[in-house]
Design a protein around this ligand. Structure first.
Ligand code: SAM
Length: 239
């Protein structure tokens, strides 16, 4: 899968995404993460990419021309108009299901805003999807783009090794994951639940399922309405 990230701060994105699992997937050729410096496309002789907002008000607005030209360079390279996400607090809140959907794309453009945002006219021209990572305002779209790249990449076949498999993660079936434990068996007097040491896989699975439901009830009861539950589990949730 190819990510094309339009940004004024390519260093930030490159440094953040070149390590661990994502860095390894890039090394293997499963992912290609290209950063495009919007400033390289400005026609302004002082390399300016922003200006004051019409109508007044605080801050600066990123101008249409450099963004449009940077995006067109990507579109020309891949030979078509790519799905293009603008990271914005005004977008749909990013969810695991969206990560799965984006992972089916061969190419995805992520547009990072800065300052007060971007001239609306270029957004109308190139953006297909408006995505937010949560109800708060950050200084730029780079961290949100990195969040999206990370979550989407995990859904690309081969990116996770077998032992890092995502099939039992939180949000699968609309439940949170069960609690996890590792060595030692006793840490500061706190013992690993005995069932996990029993070697009885069926019992371990049943315990994990129950814990997963309990944890979802405690921490994210809003998920339960759409969770995949058996009739018995539904009864447990309702009492
Ligand atoms: N003036 C804008 C508004 O009120 O909607 C906020 C601009 S914000 C300071 C600058 C940039 O950060 C945005 O253009 C966007 O790319 C990014 N950004 C900030 N918060 C975000 C969020 N929660 N999700 C996604 N992107 C965000």
């Amino acid at each position: 899968m190819n990510f094309h990230i339009l940004t004024l701060f390519p260093d930030m994105v490159e440094r953040g995404l070149n390590t661990s699992i994502i860095g390894r997937a890039v090394g293997k050729g499963l992912l290609n993460i290209e950063t495009i410096n919007i400033r390289d496309y400005t026609l302004d002789r002082h390399k300016k990419v922003d200006d004051y907002p019409y109508g007044g008000g605080a801050g600066m607005v990123m101008q249409a021309q450099p963004i449009y030209d940077a995006w067109q360079a990507v579109a020309q390279k891949i030979g078509r108009k790519p799905r293009t996400v603008y990271l914005t607090p005004q977008g749909n809140t990013f969810q695991q299901e969206m990560a799965k959907d984006y992972a089916k794309e061969e190419d995805l453009v992520l547009l990072c805003g800065h300052y007060e945002g971007i001239d609306e006219r270029v957004l109308e021209e190139i953006v297909t999807d408006y995505v937010s990572i949560g109800d708060y305002v950050l200084t730029g779209g780079e961290l949100p783009a990195m969040v999206m790249v990370d979550a989407i990449s995990r859904m690309v076949p081969g990116v996770l090794a077998n032992d890092e498999s995502g099939t039992t993660e939180s949000f699968e079936g609309n439940l949170l994951e069960y609690p996890q434990y590792s060595r030692p068996e006793d840490w500061m007097g706190k013992k690993v639940p005995a069932i996990l040491l029993s070697g009885d896989h069926a019992k371990v699975e049943a315990w994990r399922r129950e814990q997963s439901i309990k944890r979802t009830m405690e921490r994210r009861p809003d998920l339960l309405a759409d969770a995949d539950l058996t009739a018995k589990e539904k009864a447990m949730v309702e009492h």
